[in-house]
Design a protein around this ligand. Sequence first.
Ligand SMILES: [Zn+2]
Length: 304
Amino acid sequence: MIPQRTLNRAIHCGGIGLHSGKKIELTLYPAAENSGVTFIRSGQTVEIPAKSEFVVDTRLCTTLGRDGVTISTVEHLLSALAGLGVDNARIEVGGGEIPIMDGSAAPFVFLIQCAGIREQKAAKKVIRILRKVAIEDGDKHCALRPASGFRVSYLLDYDHPLLNNRHVSIDFSRQAYTREVSRARTFGFLHEIEALQKAGLALGGSLENAIGLDSYRVVNEGGLRYQDECVRHKILDTLGDLSLAGLPIVGAFEGARTGHACNHQLVEALLADPSAYRVESLVRSPGDREEVAQPFAASAAAAL
Ligand SMILES: [Zn+2]
């Protein structure tokens, strides 16, 4: 049996909100088996499960909401939890958005690793994809297909010399999330960031928490962390967005030119079609290959 996992203890950090530019406190707590990931705003009682039905906005970032309470920019933290194979956690946040940290998931990976990960008694549950589900919107498309492990392939194709026709594929049963994906930062074009800030958005955005691009190049002094960092960030985002299905997915994701909105539509389309998936417990039988039993084998091993 592959057990469910939660944090070993509570852990706290603080950071700047990308949209508000204000300091925000964040605390991660262990949570009971089968409770999944839930968000709560400090001092409030409304619990918002990290599930697709609570997505209220997908412009710029993924925002969850319930009964008038919203929490934005959940995707990088959710990506870190998914990438490390954490099934259950309670997340308390002191403001309306998860702090942006350095624009990647690496600070959340560090936080979770500092808290430690504990195995629980119940078997891990997954959503196994049984047949293809796809979303198409002009030249954007994304799909989930049956596969024995968990793979994400992404094509980034902007009209920009660094971002045209860039393709990366990660097989999470063999490649570690922490090493291959978690450090990839979000990115933005300088003229778009300026326009957003004039509109009172992305007030916390800076080269401390994003890759900045002008028409030709990366403007950050330190350059890139991965040669194809922007595509890897899209894969990072995808993990966070797919985790809103409520359980880890066993299957293969392919995306081209898509973002949070398309990912959300894909998860909704999947959950709306019970013939496209099956919820099952990860019980390994003799003779199973490791990657069949543990779609996050490489990352899960690295995290413990
Ligand atoms: Zn992102």
